[in-house]
Design a protein around this ligand. Structure first.
Ligand SMILES: Nc1ncnc2c1ncn2[C@@H]1O[C@H](COP(=O)(O)OP(=O)(O)O)[C@@H](O)[C@H]1O
Ligand SMILES: Nc1ccn([C@@H]2O[C@H](COP(=O)(O)OP(=O)(O)O)[C@@H](O)[C@H]2O)c(=O)n1
Length: 223
């Protein structure tokens, strides 16, 4: 591993950093911090799965029915806006972002994400993005960007993750913890760390500590 780039170094060219991990392990907050330090966008793949789920729920389409879902997605094309401060998700002129982290989307999204057709739809959108960027999700370093320059995988105990997420959801910590464990179980197939990913237990670290650990581990690049 070579020296880390100074914070604020603008990465150029074909550089992708992947940050995968279990539910509520800090992926989007960490990806946002790393991307800002590098001066590149970050993309949150989970938002596309969440948006597909929200549209299916609103349409009353069965979450396990790929054909109806994809027909609906083709009729309502989604757009992921990779802003440095946070990703936004649009369906035409309607912004869905604030509706994507509801409990009902949390509960339905794993069924939608299990559909191979939906995964192919998400993967195609991600692979069409202009590099460089930081990508976060479950399978960024394994399936979508196996050639990424640097790969990370975030973990933390279910209790730690539930306590963090309790700041963002109406349910209490035990209910959130049970739901996270169940979602991890349902997402297990696509959530294995890449063999070349660095695994970081975020439990004992602050958000800034996780971001700093990743920045320090990145291979040096010319600005
Ligand atoms: N050490 C830490 N590492 C990562 N996230 C942390 C940490 N401490 C607190 N958090 C908080 O945990 C919450 C969940 O993080 P988030 O980025 O939404 O995770 P994910 O994208 O994996 O679901 C956020 O409120 C984030 O600020
Ligand atoms: N690369 C990805 C990203 C998300 N997902 C699915 O999308 C859901 C929501 O992902 P997310 O990253 O927004 O979820 P959190 O970890 O933020 O709670 C996950 O529970 C998975 O079912 C996936 O299958 N593959």
């Amino acid at each position: 591993m070579r020296a880390a780039p100074p914070h604020g170094t603008l990465y150029t060219g074909r550089v992708i950093v992947t940050i995968d991990g279990v539910a509520a392990s800090g992926k989007s907050s960490v990806a946002s911090g790393v991307a800002r330090a590098l001066g590149v966008p970050y993309v949150s793949s989970g938002l596309l799965y969440r948006a597909a789920t929200l549209l299916a729920l609103e349409a009353g389409a069965p979450l396990e029915g790929a054909r109806a879902l994809l027909t609906h997605l083709r009729a309502h094309p989604l757009r992921l806006e990779a802003l440095p401060g946070g990703n936004r998700l649009w369906a035409g002129e309607r912004e869905l972002t604030d509706e994507l982290h509801s409990t009902r989307v949390d509960q339905g999204v794993s069924a939608v994400a299990a559909l191979p057709e939906v995964r192919a739809w998400v993967d195609a959108q991600l692979r069409a993005l202009p590099e460089p960027f930081v990508a976060e999700g479950r399978d960024m370093g394994t399936n979508v960007f196996p050639h990424a320059d640097a790969k990370f995988y975030l973990t933390a105990s279910p209790r730690v993750r539930a306590e963090r997420r309790a700041q963002e959801r109406p349910e209490d910590v035990p209910a959130i913890e049970a739901a996270l464990i169940e979602r991890d179980r349902r997402d297990r197939v696509q959530s294995a760390p890449a063999p070349d990913a660095r695994v970081i237990d975020t439990g004992p670290l602050s958000l800034e500590g996780v971001i700093g650990t990743i920045l320090a581990a990145l291979p040096a690049r010319s600005a």
